[in-house]
Design a protein around this ligand. Structure first.
Ligand SMILES: NC(=O)c1ccc[n+]([C@@H]2O[C@H](COP(=O)([O-])OP(=O)(O)OC[C@H]3O[C@@H](n4cnc5c(N)ncnc54)[C@H](O)[C@@H]3O)[C@@H](O)[C@H]2O)c1
Ligand SMILES: [Zn+2]
Length: 405
């Protein structure tokens, strides 16, 4: 038996933010990030719609990118005080993920962060509030997923919370919100979405339901991401749907080790002055992981199917895998994303020597590899890496060397 879970309603298309008017309830808390939603007027609009619905509205503002455990706890306290029956999270993956974790703590004040991280171990929610997610970036698709990623800055690592309990009740996928994204964010979140779709398609938990969504998302992202990066707003709007389809796929088929590696490298070099942004990390590691996973015959065949849908040519699966890797690297070039950590500048653009020094990388490598193997996304990867293989793979991701093992 397998389960396939999505939000009860997905409102999509321009103007769908207005659906907030039709919610029925007494009190809504809006959880939002550092200012982009306010600046572009979406926060005011959301508040106005909720007030039109007759609700008392409170704001929880300032959720930082890659939200921390502390922010989650603070937000839950605000919720416990205000007692909302609707939680409305607006913004990118960061505020929506933080709000999901706040929701758990609001419903179960005794639940610790450790308790939350037990995979599929969240008790029944919706005793106090329902959840609406309004996405403003085109990548994480957290508006439809069963996941929330919270960073423990003391440990320098990201922890995924995973349970269908935190799949939002309502997703609003309004492309108007995505039109204000700066191009760097378009690039990173778009490649995050591509990684979601490809990892879901080759995941050991794939099924007919997730395959259809993943393949269509891949075709759309290949057609529209670079155009969206170049300023084509039609393509930008379609990308907002494409990333959501990819999210529906991976929320149910799970992911793989590209994400395991991205989770464990994102914040671990923060003391050297920057983060490796989630989508950029995925974009750099994906071609390497495809080469590694393609040693598994079932995965190789599936990469071949992806290459076919992308019209890349190739007369056998080995050729198709090579062409798929080449196409993804071309997209990275077009999107100004480096190919490896060594060339990853503090501003995320390609440079000769990036912000992660080689000696620091090598010294931290065994720990990163061990934690990546232990990440919740590793279980559904088509090939299970040993400690030695994971270290080798991460080295290829540092130096941009070929994966031949
Ligand atoms: N829950 C999931 O299923 C899932 C999946 C993948 C990644 N994640 C997590 O999501 C987080 C990343 O989320 P993200 O990539 O959406 O970015 P983000 O939410 O961290 O936002 C990045 C920056 O972009 C700004 N921004 C957001 N939308 C904007 C817009 N429309 N116009 C202008 N500026 C805008 C924000 O203010 C912020 O400064 C990471 O913590 C990652 O680990 C979660
Ligand atoms: Zn992701």
């Amino acid at each position: 038996m397998a389960r396939f879970t999505l939000p009860r309603d997905v409102y999509h298309g321009k103007g769908s933010l207005e659906e907030l008017k039709n919610l029925k309830g007494k009190k809504a808390i809006i959880c939002v990030g550092g200012g982009s939603m306010k600046k572009f007027g979406f926060l005011d609009r959301a508040k106005k719609y909720l007030e039109e619905a007759g609700m008392q509205v409170e704001l929880f503002e300032g959720i930082e990118p890659d939200p921390s455990v502390e922010t989650v706890m603070k937000g839950a306290e605000a919720m416990l005080k205000f007692e909302p029956d609707w939680i409305i999270a607006i913004g990118g993956g960061s505020p929506i993920d933080a709000a999901k974790a706040m929701w758990i703590k609001y419903e179960y004040p005794d639940c610790t962060f450790e308790d939350m991280c037990k995979v599929f171990g969240i008790p029944e929610l919706r005793r106090k509030a329902k959840f609406v997610a309004v996405s403003s970036t085109s990548g994480t698709a957290t508006e439809v997923t069963a996941f929330s990623i919270i960073t423990d800055y003391e440990k320098g690592t990201k922890y995924p919370i995973a349970d269908f309990e935190i799949t939002p009740d309502i997703a609003i996928v309004d492309p108007e919100l995505a039109e204000t994204m700066p191009t760097k964010l378009v690039a990173h979140t778009g490649m995050d979405a591509m990684t979601h779709a490809i990892e879901a398609y080759v995941s050991t938990a794939n099924c007919d339901y997730t395959d259809a969504l993943a393949i269509h998302a891949i075709e759309m992202i290949q057609a529209d991401l670079v155009k969206s990066f170049g300023g084509d707003m039609g393509a930008r709007d379609r990308m907002h749907n494409a990333q959501c389809l990819a999210g529906m796929a991976f929320s149910n088929a799970l992911l793989g080790i590209v994400h395991s590696m991205a989770h464990k490298t994102g914040a671990v070099f923060a003391d050297k002055g920057a983060h490796i942004i989630h989508g950029a990390a995925n974009a750099m590691y994906l071609p390497k992981v495809i080469a590694f996973n393609a040693k598994d015959p079932a995965a190789k065949k599936r990469y071949g199917v992806i290459a076919d849908y992308m019209h890349l040519g190739g007369s056998n699966d080995d050729e198709k895998v090579a062409l798929l890797i080449k196409e993804l690297r071309r997209m990275n070039d077009d999107l100004k994303i480096p190919h490896c950590i060594k060339n990853y500048g503090a501003d995320s653009y390609p440079v000769e020597q990036g912000f992660v020094p080689e000696d620091v990388f090598l010294e931290r490598l065994p720990g990163i590899a061990e934690r990546a193997i232990g990440d919740a996304c590793t279980g559904s990867n088509p090939r299970q890496p040993s400690q030695e293989e994971m270290e080798k793979l991460l080295k290829c991701c540092y130096y941009d060397t070929e994966v031949d093992f």
